[in-house]
Design a protein around this ligand. Structure first.
Ligand SMILES: *[C@@H]1O[C@H](CO)[C@@H](O)[C@H](O)[C@H]1NC(C)=O
Ligand SMILES: *[C@@H]1O[C@H](CO)[C@@H](O)[C@H](O)[C@H]1NC(C)=O
Ligand SMILES: *[C@@H]1O[C@H](CO)[C@@H](O)[C@H](O)[C@H]1NC(C)=O
Length: 525
């Protein structure tokens, strides 16, 4: 069937189905670790020939002003969120080490709420600077973007898309408050654990009670934080809007998760699961690192990283870790930014950056000690390396729990941390092969897909450009009032009809009875 016309036809078809190369995309990212995976998407879109404009604050941590990938729009701001975040982190670690109690739960939650409110206020200020700048707004309008690609942890990108009347694609797992699915899809609390609850999809009665309690706390926090956006909405969007309704009207949700990682749950037609989209096969290590890794021989290598956001753990914790590492026959590569631990052994290499995915893909690497951020957990699944998790904040405990549940990792909480528990955890992961077998199984499942997640992400972005949105995939559910959504009005009517029917039957019987009585009564007299 290698007809020359066939080849010609296929070639011309190739050109025909990719007419949207040269899409014009406005990217509204979130700084920090969220930018890391947004940037990977931006790189891929750039390679496919799309033109991008990225909105960034002037004091951004990671989003560069000048890049060959995009043009940037820089918003001048004065406040620095970094201090707020570092302070929050320090407090988190301190309270967690005191141990779990109801009091510490409320203190941690309160801190989180304070930090969250400050963050949203700051980001709203940035958005205000955009909306109030007439030259900038005119420039954005004139640019005629094909779509807005936003991270909805902050609401500004979502509101901007509405304001510019441009289709919206979300790169999402978290929204302004909580996990994205809870805004979008039916989420029965009987088998869907609320983030932060530390529960799984198998809950007994008490745990379901706890789940509903956590949900209420989250709802309460939502009501504290979201009015910031609703005010903003009513000021700049004609007719006002709520941030929830804007999220629900997003054309496509590129969801940074999948059901190898997360527990099965109901979803919606416009949700595309791209979990692990940032993962790639490992590339060769730099020569000196390769030499160090190879020197580990039969024992292998342990790698440890607590992510990009954490500068340092308390000194006694790092000293304890270094002491445990120093007694092990394995080699250790540790990404560590604080002071050099005094107990450091000569088998431990401290680095301030490491090629994490290339190391995870290296056959000598046996265990990954991690904080449990989404990126790291997805990479561990992709490369099939068991994880010893030390969760610090946000969603990290829940991410690690998903590995622990599948027997692919183990959690050590800060409140339980000691040289003994840490050493024991490492020994288990190194010597009990079930952890490695389980995560390798997850890895095989994760990779067995009709289309790699990155290709899916690009496909759906280009789909939205081609069709100027994907409104046909958006459920009608969001337009319904709550009583119609739950069919309460219908139930009420049915109940009324039933009542009338029952009463009629009762009335007929009563009538018949009475008539008989009336008939029989004279006889007795
Ligand atoms: C408005 O935006 C333009 C273009 O980004 C920028 O040059 C200017 O400084 C901004 N004006 C104010 C008052 O922020
Ligand atoms: C590393 O330290 C151990 C004991 O602390 C020692 O036996 C070994 O020779 C040292 N190795 C190197 C390469 O210095
Ligand atoms: C290995 O770990 C699994 C899961 O924790 C456990 O069920 C199993 O008994 C362990 N095997 C050995 C040999 O310790």
């Amino acid at each position: 069937m290698h007809h020359p016309f066939g080849v010609f036809f296929t070639l011309s078809l190739l050109f025909l189905v990719s007419p949207c190369s040269g899409g014009n995309i406005l990217v509204y990212p979130v700084d920090g670790s969220h930018w890391i995976n947004m940037k990977i998407l931006v790189e891929e879109l750039h390679a496919k020939g799309h033109k991008m404009t990225v909105i960034r604050p002037s004091n951004s941590w990671y989003i560069k002003e000048n890049s060959p990938l995009y043009t940037s729009i820089t918003i001048q701001i004065k406040e620095d969120f970094r201090d707020v975040f570092d302070l929050y982190l320090e407090e988190q670690i301190r309270v967690q080490r005191e141990g779990a109690s109801l009091l510490s739960f409320f203190r941690l939650n309160n801190q989180f709420l304070t930090m969250l409110t400050q963050a949203h206020e700051l980001w709203c200020d940035i958005a205000k600077d955009i909306f109030e700048n007439e030259t900038l707004v005119k420039h954005l309008m004139d640019s005629k973007y094909d779509l807005v690609l936003a991270d909805p942890v902050i609401g500004a990108g979502v509101i901007l898309a509405k304001y510019l009347n441009v289709p919206l694609v979300l790169n999402v797992r978290w929204v302004t408050r909580g996990e994205g699915h809870f805004v979008l899809a039916p989420s029965p609390l009987s088998y869907i654990p609320v983030p932060g609850s530390g529960l799984t999809d198998k809950m007994d009665f008490i745990q379901r009670l706890k789940n509903i309690f956590f949900h209420s706390v989250l709802k309460f926090q939502e009501n504290m934080v979201l009015p910031i956006y609703d005010e903003f909405c009513s000021k700049y969007i004609e007719g006002g809007c709520s941030i929830f309704s804007l999220l629900q009207q997003a054309d496509i949700w590129l969801f940074r998760s999948d059901f190898v990682f997360d527990f099965p749950r109901p979803t919606m037609p416009n949700v595309v699961y791209i979990g692990g989209f940032q993962c790639k096969p490992a590339e060769p290590l730099p020569a000196d690192l390769e030499k160090f890794v190879q020197s580990s021989g039969e024992h292998g290598v342990i790698i440890m990283s607590l992510g990009t956001m954490v500068k340092a753990l308390p000194k006694d914790v790092t000293d304890e870790m270094a002491a445990v590492f120093s007694k092990m026959p394995q080699k250790v590569i540790w990404r560590h930014l604080g002071d050099r631990p005094s107990t450091l052994g000569n088998n431990t290499l401290i680095v301030d950056w490491m090629p994490q995915k290339d190391l995870l893909g290296h056959p000598q690497v046996k265990v990954f000690v991690a904080h449990g951020g989404t990126n790291g957990v997805q990479e561990a699944i992709y490369h099939g390396v068991p994880v010893l998790g030390i969760p610090l904040f946000f969603d990290q405990y829940d991410n690690l729990l998903r590995l622990q549940e599948r027997g692919a990792g183990k959690i050590i909480e800060l409140s339980d941390f000691s040289g003994h528990t840490f050493g024991e955890g490492l020994q288990k992961l190194l010597h009990n092969s079930s952890y490695r077998q389980n995560i390798q199984r997850l890895s095989r499942l994760h990779k067995d897909k009709p289309m790699p997640p990155m290709d899916q992400a690009i496909f759906w972005i280009e789909y939205v450009i081609r069709h100027k949105g994907a409104r046909h995939l958006i459920s009608e559910a969001y337009k319904m009032p709550w009583y119609s959504y739950h069919s309460l009005d219908v139930l009420l009517l049915l109940l009324a009809v039933l009542m009338v029917l029952l009463y009629s039957i009762y009335a007929v019987f009563r009538f018949l009875c009475c008539r008989r009585k009336r008939k029989t009564k004279p006889k007795q007299n």
